[in-house]
Design a protein around this ligand. Structure first.
Ligand code: NAD
Length: 363
Protein backbone atom coordinates (compact mmCIF):
# COMPACT_ATOMS: atom_id res chain seq x y z
CA UNK A 1 0.00 0.00 0.00
CA UNK A 2 1.39 3.38 -0.91
CA UNK A 3 2.12 5.98 1.75
CA UNK A 4 1.53 9.61 1.14
CA UNK A 5 4.02 12.21 2.40
CA UNK A 6 3.37 15.92 2.00
CA UNK A 7 6.49 18.05 1.59
CA UNK A 8 6.39 21.68 2.74
CA UNK A 9 9.78 23.29 1.96
CA UNK A 10 8.71 26.71 3.30
CA UNK A 11 11.03 29.73 3.20
CA UNK A 12 14.68 30.73 3.44
CA UNK A 13 16.97 27.72 3.87
CA UNK A 14 13.80 25.56 4.10
CA UNK A 15 13.86 24.89 0.36
CA UNK A 16 17.59 24.10 0.36
CA UNK A 17 17.59 21.63 3.25
CA UNK A 18 14.36 19.94 2.20
CA UNK A 19 15.78 19.33 -1.28
CA UNK A 20 18.57 17.26 0.29
CA UNK A 21 16.24 15.49 2.72
CA UNK A 22 13.95 14.47 -0.15
CA UNK A 23 16.94 13.03 -2.03
CA UNK A 24 17.66 10.87 1.01
CA UNK A 25 14.00 9.86 1.30
CA UNK A 26 13.96 8.93 -2.40
CA UNK A 27 17.00 6.69 -2.03
CA UNK A 28 15.65 4.69 0.93
CA UNK A 29 12.20 4.63 -0.66
CA UNK A 30 13.68 2.89 -3.65
CA UNK A 31 16.13 0.63 -1.79
CA UNK A 32 13.59 -0.57 0.77
CA UNK A 33 10.61 -0.49 -1.65
CA UNK A 34 8.63 1.64 0.80
CA UNK A 35 5.98 2.77 -1.71
CA UNK A 36 6.15 6.36 -0.50
CA UNK A 37 4.62 9.00 -2.76
CA UNK A 38 5.35 12.67 -2.18
CA UNK A 39 3.48 15.85 -3.03
CA UNK A 40 5.00 19.29 -2.52
CA UNK A 41 3.08 22.44 -1.53
CA UNK A 42 4.02 26.05 -0.90
CA UNK A 43 3.68 26.96 2.78
CA UNK A 44 4.38 29.97 4.99
CA UNK A 45 5.83 33.00 3.25
CA UNK A 46 6.12 31.18 -0.07
CA UNK A 47 2.39 30.44 0.05
CA UNK A 48 1.58 34.01 1.09
CA UNK A 49 3.53 35.26 -1.95
CA UNK A 50 1.51 33.00 -4.24
CA UNK A 51 -1.98 33.26 -2.81
CA UNK A 52 -2.05 35.83 0.00
CA UNK A 53 -2.47 33.02 2.59
CA UNK A 54 0.33 31.30 4.57
CA UNK A 55 -1.74 28.09 4.66
CA UNK A 56 -4.26 27.48 1.88
CA UNK A 57 -7.22 25.12 2.21
CA UNK A 58 -5.66 22.96 -0.52
CA UNK A 59 -2.45 22.53 1.49
CA UNK A 60 -4.34 21.96 4.73
CA UNK A 61 -6.51 19.29 3.11
CA UNK A 62 -3.46 17.58 1.60
CA UNK A 63 -1.83 17.54 5.06
CA UNK A 64 -5.00 16.11 6.61
CA UNK A 65 -5.03 13.33 4.03
CA UNK A 66 -1.29 12.60 4.26
CA UNK A 67 0.33 9.86 6.34
CA UNK A 68 3.14 12.24 7.32
CA UNK A 69 4.40 15.75 6.63
CA UNK A 70 7.98 16.93 6.17
CA UNK A 71 8.47 20.64 6.82
CA UNK A 72 11.59 22.74 6.20
CA UNK A 73 11.18 26.08 7.96
CA UNK A 74 9.07 29.18 7.48
CA UNK A 75 9.36 32.92 7.98
CA UNK A 76 11.76 35.73 7.28
CA UNK A 77 12.10 39.50 7.54
CA UNK A 78 10.25 39.95 4.24
CA UNK A 79 7.03 38.99 6.03
CA UNK A 80 7.43 41.14 9.14
CA UNK A 81 5.13 43.77 7.68
CA UNK A 82 2.47 41.33 6.44
CA UNK A 83 -0.88 41.56 8.27
CA UNK A 84 -0.57 39.65 11.57
CA UNK A 85 -3.03 36.92 10.59
CA UNK A 86 -1.22 36.35 7.27
CA UNK A 87 2.26 35.88 8.68
CA UNK A 88 4.02 32.56 8.06
CA UNK A 89 4.03 31.67 11.80
CA UNK A 90 0.21 31.88 11.82
CA UNK A 91 0.09 29.26 9.09
CA UNK A 92 2.29 26.96 11.17
CA UNK A 93 0.27 27.42 14.37
CA UNK A 94 -2.95 26.77 12.48
CA UNK A 95 -1.56 23.67 10.79
CA UNK A 96 -0.41 22.22 14.13
CA UNK A 97 -3.74 22.86 15.80
CA UNK A 98 -5.88 21.67 12.83
CA UNK A 99 -3.95 18.40 12.79
CA UNK A 100 -4.25 17.90 16.57
CA UNK A 101 -0.49 17.45 17.02
CA UNK A 102 -0.34 17.12 20.81
CA UNK A 103 2.89 15.20 21.25
CA UNK A 104 6.17 16.96 20.51
CA UNK A 105 9.30 14.82 20.22
CA UNK A 106 12.63 16.57 20.56
CA UNK A 107 15.66 14.30 20.51
CA UNK A 108 18.98 15.61 21.78
CA UNK A 109 21.62 13.62 20.02
CA UNK A 110 25.31 14.39 20.08
CA UNK A 111 27.70 12.44 17.91
CA UNK A 112 30.91 11.74 19.84
CA UNK A 113 32.95 13.60 17.16
CA UNK A 114 30.92 16.78 17.76
CA UNK A 115 31.20 16.74 21.55
CA UNK A 116 33.43 19.83 21.50
CA UNK A 117 30.50 21.88 20.16
CA UNK A 118 28.72 21.50 23.51
CA UNK A 119 29.21 23.87 26.39
CA UNK A 120 29.49 20.82 28.67
CA UNK A 121 32.60 18.67 29.02
CA UNK A 122 32.90 16.23 26.07
CA UNK A 123 32.88 13.17 28.34
CA UNK A 124 29.52 14.25 29.80
CA UNK A 125 27.77 14.71 26.45
CA UNK A 126 29.66 12.69 23.82
CA UNK A 127 27.25 10.02 22.55
CA UNK A 128 24.25 11.69 24.21
CA UNK A 129 20.98 10.29 22.84
CA UNK A 130 17.88 11.37 24.72
CA UNK A 131 14.33 12.13 23.68
CA UNK A 132 12.12 14.74 25.30
CA UNK A 133 8.41 14.33 24.78
CA UNK A 134 6.50 17.53 25.46
CA UNK A 135 2.71 17.81 25.67
CA UNK A 136 1.94 20.50 23.12
CA UNK A 137 -1.73 21.46 23.14
CA UNK A 138 -2.69 21.72 26.83
CA UNK A 139 -1.41 22.89 30.21
CA UNK A 140 -0.72 26.43 31.29
CA UNK A 141 -0.33 27.87 27.78
CA UNK A 142 -3.98 27.16 27.06
CA UNK A 143 -5.60 26.91 30.53
CA UNK A 144 -8.50 29.14 31.58
CA UNK A 145 -9.00 31.39 33.44
CA UNK A 146 -6.12 33.58 32.35
CA UNK A 147 -5.61 37.30 32.22
CA UNK A 148 -4.49 40.47 33.94
CA UNK A 149 -7.01 42.22 36.18
CA UNK A 150 -7.26 44.72 38.98
CA UNK A 151 -7.53 43.25 42.48
CA UNK A 152 -7.38 45.31 45.68
CA UNK A 153 -5.96 48.30 43.86
CA UNK A 154 -3.17 46.50 42.01
CA UNK A 155 -2.92 44.59 38.73
CA UNK A 156 -2.67 40.81 39.00
CA UNK A 157 -1.62 38.46 36.22
CA UNK A 158 -2.74 34.83 36.28
CA UNK A 159 -2.72 31.61 34.25
CA UNK A 160 -4.07 28.17 34.94
CA UNK A 161 -2.15 24.94 34.65
CA UNK A 162 -4.82 22.39 33.89
CA UNK A 163 -4.69 18.83 32.55
CA UNK A 164 -7.56 16.41 32.09
CA UNK A 165 -6.99 12.70 32.65
CA UNK A 166 -7.43 11.99 28.95
CA UNK A 167 -4.78 14.52 27.98
CA UNK A 168 -2.31 12.99 30.44
CA UNK A 169 -3.18 9.47 29.37
CA UNK A 170 -2.54 10.13 25.67
CA UNK A 171 0.83 11.87 26.15
CA UNK A 172 1.89 9.18 28.64
CA UNK A 173 0.89 6.48 26.15
CA UNK A 174 2.88 8.29 23.48
CA UNK A 175 5.86 8.34 25.88
CA UNK A 176 5.68 4.62 26.59
CA UNK A 177 5.33 3.82 22.88
CA UNK A 178 8.41 5.90 22.04
CA UNK A 179 10.38 4.36 24.92
CA UNK A 180 9.46 0.93 23.62
CA UNK A 181 11.12 1.80 20.30
CA UNK A 182 14.27 3.00 22.09
CA UNK A 183 15.95 1.79 25.29
CA UNK A 184 12.70 1.15 27.19
CA UNK A 185 13.23 3.72 29.96
CA UNK A 186 10.73 6.52 30.56
CA UNK A 187 11.19 9.36 33.05
CA UNK A 188 8.04 11.37 33.78
CA UNK A 189 8.84 14.91 34.88
CA UNK A 190 6.41 16.81 37.12
CA UNK A 191 6.17 18.96 40.24
CA UNK A 192 3.94 16.62 42.24
CA UNK A 193 5.34 17.82 45.57
CA UNK A 194 3.70 21.23 45.03
CA UNK A 195 1.11 21.12 42.22
CA UNK A 196 -2.18 19.20 42.29
CA UNK A 197 -2.15 19.05 38.49
CA UNK A 198 1.18 17.19 38.75
CA UNK A 199 -0.24 14.88 41.42
CA UNK A 200 -2.91 13.79 38.96
CA UNK A 201 -0.28 13.62 36.18
CA UNK A 202 1.79 11.18 38.21
CA UNK A 203 -1.24 9.04 39.15
CA UNK A 204 -2.34 8.70 35.54
CA UNK A 205 1.19 7.98 34.26
CA UNK A 206 1.50 5.18 36.84
CA UNK A 207 -1.83 3.79 35.67
CA UNK A 208 -0.80 3.85 31.99
CA UNK A 209 2.45 2.08 32.95
CA UNK A 210 0.42 -1.08 33.73
CA UNK A 211 0.08 -1.61 29.97
CA UNK A 212 3.84 -1.31 29.45
CA UNK A 213 5.52 -3.75 31.86
CA UNK A 214 8.52 -3.89 29.52
CA UNK A 215 9.25 -0.15 29.99
CA UNK A 216 11.00 1.02 33.18
CA UNK A 217 9.20 4.08 34.57
CA UNK A 218 10.74 6.68 36.87
CA UNK A 219 9.55 10.08 38.13
CA UNK A 220 11.51 13.27 38.66
CA UNK A 221 10.62 16.76 39.88
CA UNK A 222 11.21 19.35 37.19
CA UNK A 223 13.79 21.33 39.17
CA UNK A 224 15.85 18.17 39.69
CA UNK A 225 15.36 17.22 36.02
CA UNK A 226 16.82 20.58 34.94
CA UNK A 227 19.79 19.98 37.22
CA UNK A 228 20.29 16.38 36.08
CA UNK A 229 20.19 17.43 32.43
CA UNK A 230 23.34 19.48 32.86
CA UNK A 231 24.91 17.21 35.50
CA UNK A 232 24.57 13.81 33.85
CA UNK A 233 22.39 14.01 30.72
CA UNK A 234 23.27 10.50 29.52
CA UNK A 235 21.25 8.96 32.38
CA UNK A 236 18.03 9.63 30.40
CA UNK A 237 16.43 7.69 27.56
CA UNK A 238 12.94 9.24 27.12
CA UNK A 239 11.52 12.08 29.26
CA UNK A 240 7.80 12.87 29.13
CA UNK A 241 6.44 16.11 30.52
CA UNK A 242 3.86 18.88 30.30
CA UNK A 243 3.83 21.81 27.90
CA UNK A 244 5.58 24.40 30.11
CA UNK A 245 8.17 22.08 31.63
CA UNK A 246 8.86 20.52 28.21
CA UNK A 247 9.30 23.91 26.56
CA UNK A 248 12.10 24.78 28.96
CA UNK A 249 13.74 21.36 29.29
CA UNK A 250 13.78 20.67 25.54
CA UNK A 251 15.57 23.93 24.78
CA UNK A 252 18.11 23.22 27.51
CA UNK A 253 18.62 19.70 26.15
CA UNK A 254 18.96 21.00 22.59
CA UNK A 255 21.70 23.36 23.68
CA UNK A 256 23.61 20.50 25.31
CA UNK A 257 24.39 19.43 21.77
CA UNK A 258 25.56 22.89 20.70
CA UNK A 259 24.60 22.54 17.05
CA UNK A 260 21.19 23.74 15.94
CA UNK A 261 21.66 22.45 12.39
CA UNK A 262 21.71 18.86 13.69
CA UNK A 263 18.43 18.66 15.63
CA UNK A 264 15.28 17.08 14.20
CA UNK A 265 11.81 17.11 15.78
CA UNK A 266 8.37 15.60 15.37
CA UNK A 267 4.83 16.44 16.41
CA UNK A 268 2.38 13.55 16.50
CA UNK A 269 -1.40 13.20 16.64
CA UNK A 270 -3.38 10.55 18.49
CA UNK A 271 -2.93 8.04 15.65
CA UNK A 272 0.82 8.54 15.38
CA UNK A 273 0.54 10.62 12.22
CA UNK A 274 3.15 13.32 12.39
CA UNK A 275 4.75 16.46 11.14
CA UNK A 276 8.54 16.27 11.04
CA UNK A 277 10.82 19.29 10.94
CA UNK A 278 14.21 20.58 12.03
CA UNK A 279 14.20 22.51 15.31
CA UNK A 280 15.77 25.56 13.68
CA UNK A 281 14.11 28.31 11.64
CA UNK A 282 14.53 29.59 8.09
CA UNK A 283 17.94 31.21 8.82
CA UNK A 284 17.55 34.19 6.45
CA UNK A 285 21.13 35.25 7.29
CA UNK A 286 22.55 32.28 5.36
CA UNK A 287 19.74 31.53 2.87
CA UNK A 288 21.07 31.14 -0.66
CA UNK A 289 24.72 30.82 0.43
CA UNK A 290 24.91 27.01 0.54
CA UNK A 291 25.91 27.16 4.21
CA UNK A 292 22.75 25.55 5.60
CA UNK A 293 23.30 22.20 7.27
CA UNK A 294 20.63 19.77 5.97
CA UNK A 295 21.30 17.07 8.60
CA UNK A 296 18.52 18.14 11.01
CA UNK A 297 16.03 17.75 8.16
CA UNK A 298 17.57 14.48 6.98
CA UNK A 299 17.29 13.17 10.56
CA UNK A 300 13.66 14.37 10.58
CA UNK A 301 13.07 12.02 7.63
CA UNK A 302 14.55 9.21 9.70
CA UNK A 303 12.20 10.04 12.58
CA UNK A 304 9.27 10.05 10.16
CA UNK A 305 10.17 6.57 8.94
CA UNK A 306 10.58 5.31 12.50
CA UNK A 307 7.65 6.88 14.34
CA UNK A 308 4.91 7.28 11.73
CA UNK A 309 5.67 5.00 8.79
CA UNK A 310 7.03 2.10 10.90
CA UNK A 311 10.03 1.59 8.65
CA UNK A 312 12.72 1.16 11.30
CA UNK A 313 15.25 -0.50 8.96
CA UNK A 314 15.20 2.47 6.58
CA UNK A 315 15.40 4.89 9.54
CA UNK A 316 18.40 2.98 10.94
CA UNK A 317 20.11 3.16 7.56
CA UNK A 318 19.76 6.96 7.47
CA UNK A 319 20.96 7.33 11.08
CA UNK A 320 23.98 5.15 10.39
CA UNK A 321 24.78 7.06 7.18
CA UNK A 322 24.69 10.39 9.06
CA UNK A 323 26.92 8.97 11.81
CA UNK A 324 29.36 7.69 9.15
CA UNK A 325 29.49 11.06 7.40
CA UNK A 326 30.17 12.82 10.71
CA UNK A 327 32.84 10.34 11.70
CA UNK A 328 34.47 10.78 8.26
CA UNK A 329 34.92 14.45 9.12
CA UNK A 330 32.42 15.85 6.59
CA UNK A 331 31.24 19.21 7.99
CA UNK A 332 28.92 22.06 7.08
CA UNK A 333 30.15 25.40 8.41
CA UNK A 334 28.00 25.31 11.58
CA UNK A 335 29.67 22.12 12.84
CA UNK A 336 33.14 22.73 11.47
CA UNK A 337 36.13 22.93 13.80
CA UNK A 338 34.67 20.56 16.37
CA UNK A 339 37.65 18.57 17.48
CA UNK A 340 38.75 17.00 14.21
CA UNK A 341 40.71 19.88 12.73
CA UNK A 342 42.98 18.71 9.96
CA UNK A 343 40.71 15.75 9.27
CA UNK A 344 37.65 17.75 8.28
CA UNK A 345 36.20 18.44 4.86
CA UNK A 346 34.10 21.59 4.70
CA UNK A 347 31.06 21.09 2.46
CA UNK A 348 28.00 23.03 1.34
CA UNK A 349 24.34 21.99 1.69
CA UNK A 350 24.18 19.92 -1.50
CA UNK A 351 27.54 18.25 -0.87
CA UNK A 352 26.35 17.17 2.58
CA UNK A 353 23.32 15.65 0.84
CA UNK A 354 25.70 13.90 -1.61
CA UNK A 355 27.74 12.49 1.29
CA UNK A 356 24.68 11.04 3.09
CA UNK A 357 23.26 9.57 -0.12
CA UNK A 358 26.66 8.00 -0.92
CA UNK A 359 26.92 6.54 2.61
CA UNK A 360 23.45 5.01 2.27
CA UNK A 361 24.29 3.55 -1.12
CA UNK A 362 27.54 2.11 0.22
CA UNK A 363 25.81 0.43 3.19
P1 NAD B 1 17.01 30.36 13.05
O1 NAD B 1 16.91 29.03 13.70
O2 NAD B 1 16.46 30.46 11.69
O3 NAD B 1 18.55 30.82 13.02
C1 NAD B 1 19.33 30.99 14.20
C2 NAD B 1 20.83 30.90 13.84
O4 NAD B 1 21.16 29.53 13.55
C3 NAD B 1 21.20 31.70 12.60
O5 NAD B 1 22.46 32.25 12.75
C4 NAD B 1 21.22 30.66 11.49
O6 NAD B 1 22.10 30.99 10.42
C5 NAD B 1 21.67 29.41 12.23
N1 NAD B 1 21.09 28.21 11.64
C6 NAD B 1 19.80 27.79 11.73
N2 NAD B 1 19.62 26.65 11.05
C7 NAD B 1 20.81 26.33 10.52
C8 NAD B 1 21.26 25.26 9.69
N3 NAD B 1 20.45 24.27 9.26
N4 NAD B 1 22.56 25.25 9.30
C9 NAD B 1 23.40 26.20 9.71
N5 NAD B 1 23.04 27.24 10.50
C10 NAD B 1 21.75 27.31 10.88
O7 NAD B 1 16.30 31.40 14.05
P2 NAD B 1 15.98 32.96 13.83
O8 NAD B 1 17.11 33.61 13.09
O9 NAD B 1 15.59 33.44 15.15
O10 NAD B 1 14.69 32.99 12.92
C11 NAD B 1 14.71 33.18 11.50
C12 NAD B 1 13.30 33.01 10.96
O11 NAD B 1 12.87 31.66 11.17
C13 NAD B 1 12.25 33.89 11.65
O12 NAD B 1 11.36 34.37 10.68
C14 NAD B 1 11.54 32.94 12.61
O13 NAD B 1 10.22 33.33 12.86
C15 NAD B 1 11.58 31.67 11.79
N6 NAD B 1 11.47 30.43 12.61
C16 NAD B 1 10.76 29.43 12.03
C17 NAD B 1 10.65 28.21 12.69
C18 NAD B 1 9.91 27.10 12.01
O14 NAD B 1 9.69 27.15 10.83
N7 NAD B 1 9.49 26.07 12.74
C19 NAD B 1 11.30 28.02 13.93
C20 NAD B 1 12.06 29.06 14.47
C21 NAD B 1 12.14 30.27 13.78
Amino acid sequence: MSKNVVILPGDGIGTEIVEQAVRVLDVVNETHKLGIETQTFAFGGASYDQSGEPLTEETLNACRAADAILLGAIGGPKYDKAPRDKRPERGLLRLRSELGLFSNLRPALLYPELADASSLKPELVGGLDLMILRELTGGIYFGEPRGIEERNGQRVGFNTMVYGEDEIRRIATSGFEIARQRNKRLCSVDKANVLEVSELWREVVIDVAKDYPDVELSHMYVDNAAMQLVREPKQFDVMVTSNLFGDILSDAAAMLTGSIGMLPSASLDINGKGMYEPVHGSAPDIAGTGKANPLATILSVSMMLRYTLNEAAAADQIDTAVATVISNGVRCADIAGTGQSGKETLVNTAQMGDAVVAAIQAS
